[in-house]
Design a protein around this ligand. Structure first.
Ligand code: AMP
Ligand code: GLY
Length: 422
């Protein structure tokens, strides 16, 4: 069978690489893909305009695609799954209604309250004046969030009222996030440690994936600007068995049941971003997709077939599915372009030194292939991912792989995994 993956990041390289290992898969297409997916065996890139649902449908029919996996949030929120399902094309991903969990912070916060899912206190506003007035009534720090999709940049932590006023001016007056900022959520600042909980969900059935933790900040020690994620590891010791059960009972099942009641049952990867303190959980956000970079270390540990897992979810057969992981730990270190998450340069030629690729994998993200060369084309360029008998060994192996990659202005954190090792 043939598979189509939509997207171009490290997550999509990992999804394509994993699908291609499956004996039942003859070929994997990635649209638009990156240099890594271009160079991968049994995988090729295709240029389809992902805003043109009709063109995606035509491609699936012409190539007899038997499974579509949609990586990023944008096409999910825009309804690509709804469209492909209406054309009877086997697709793994939530409907646009269910994807509102990520697509609108107001939707998700109201949903949490309605279904008793623990989250930070909040108010939402669709005009500058009432939001500004509210700033007098709250404690600091506070968190201001653009309602819509903002490529991971729409959350501003404000230490005092002055910063909060500036954030509101930025969002409402200067249109920093475009239409995504037509509304804001202002919420209580939560302290604690963050963890990601990612599962495959189909209606009322769930298969939790191996636990993981991401390092969001740009600098060592978790300081500096927030990014899409500078590295991740799996498993995450913070998610103890007791906490795992609590997350299922207090967050995942109520969410799945709530969506069924709303008439939008979930299908796809469902990602809860959590804050944990004193063994208590609060939901920071939901993502309607697999995490990036969490996908890379998680899939390196997955022993089962990803294609069978997605098909079991689509066919409502998760009940009889059992998923297998290696006991090994994994760690993925993102190599970024200097300047990311702000301005950075692209089109730097990449040199990858020969290396033994047993137990590790260099996933590409912002790369392209031109004239037989690999060039940088994004902020996060690679995720060097490796296994080890424990997290420390996985970390060492991942950093050994990082050493094999050279390009002008490369930047990576030196401490990915420290939270799990400590
Ligand atoms: P979100 O996109 O909502 O997950 O927010 C991005 C990041 O902002 C999170 O991973 C946290 O690091 C931080 N954040 C979001 N909401 C809060 C909050 N209520 N309290 C503290 N930090 C937060
Ligand atoms: N790594 C965080 C995310 O995928 O949103």
């Amino acid at each position: 069978m043939k598979v189509l993956i939509i997207g171009s990041g490290g997550r999509e390289h990992a999804l394509a690489w994993k699908c291609a290992q499956d004996n039942i898969v003859s070929h994997v297409f990635v649209s638009p893909g990156n240099a890594g997916t271009h160079l991968e065996e049994k995988v090729s890139n295709v240029e389809i305009d992902i805003n043109n649902f009709n063109a995606i449908e035509d491609f699936c029919i012409n190539e007899s695609i038997k499974l579509v996996i949609i990586g990023p949030e944008q096409p999910l929120v825009e309804g690509l799954t709804n469209y492909l399902h209406s054309k009877n094309i086997n697709t793994f991903g939530p409907s646009k209604e269910a994807a509102q969990l990520e697509g609108s912070k107001t939707f998700s916060k109201d949903f949490f309250v309605k279904y008793n899912i623990p989250t930070a206190e909040y108010e939402s506003f669709d005009d500058f004046d009432s939001a500004l007035k509210y700033l007098d009534q709250i404690n600091y720090p506070t968190v201001i969030k653009a309602d819509g999709l903002a490529a991971g940049k729409g959350v501003i932590i404000c230490s005092n009222i002055k910063e909060a006023e500036e954030a509101l001016v930025n969002i409402f007056k200067d249109n920093a996030f475009g239409a995504a900022g037509n509304r804001v959520v202002i919420e209580e600042f939560l302290e604690g440690e963050e963890a990601s909980f990612i599962a495959v969900v189909s209606k009322d059935k769930i298969i939790p994936l191996a636990t993981s933790q991401d390092h969001k900040a740009i600098g060592d020690g978790d300081v500096g600007l927030n990014t899409g994620g500078m590295g991740a590891y799996s498993p995450a010791p913070i998610v103890t068995n007791e906490l795992h059960k609590k997350i299922l009972d207090q967050v995942m099942y109520p969410t799945m049941e709530g969506l069924i009641k709303e008439g939008s049952p979930y299908l796809g990867f469902l990602y809860a971003g959590l804050m944990i303190k004193d063994n208590k959980i609060k939901v920071l956000e939901f993502n309607c997709r697999f995490g990036d970079p969490e996908t890379q270390p998680i899939l390196l540990r997955l022993q089962s077939s990803l294609v069978e897992l997605c098909n079991a979810a689509i066919n409502d057969e998760l009940d009889s599915y059992s998923i297998e992981w290696t006991d090994k730990h994994s760690c993925g270190v993102v190599i970024a372009s200097q300047g990311y998450p702000e301005n950075y340069e692209s089109n730097k030629e990449v040199n990858i030194k020969d290396h033994d690729d047993k137990g590790n994998k260099l996933f590409h993200a912002g790369t392209k292939y031109e004239d037989n060369k690999i060039l940088t084309s994004g902020g996060r360029v690679f995720c060097a991912t490796a296994l080890g008998n424990d997290l420390k060994e996985a970390q060492q192996n991942a950093y050994n792989l990082v050493e094999k990659v050279e390009f002008d202005g490369s930047y990576f954190r030196k401490d990915i995994g420290f939270k799990g090792i400590k």
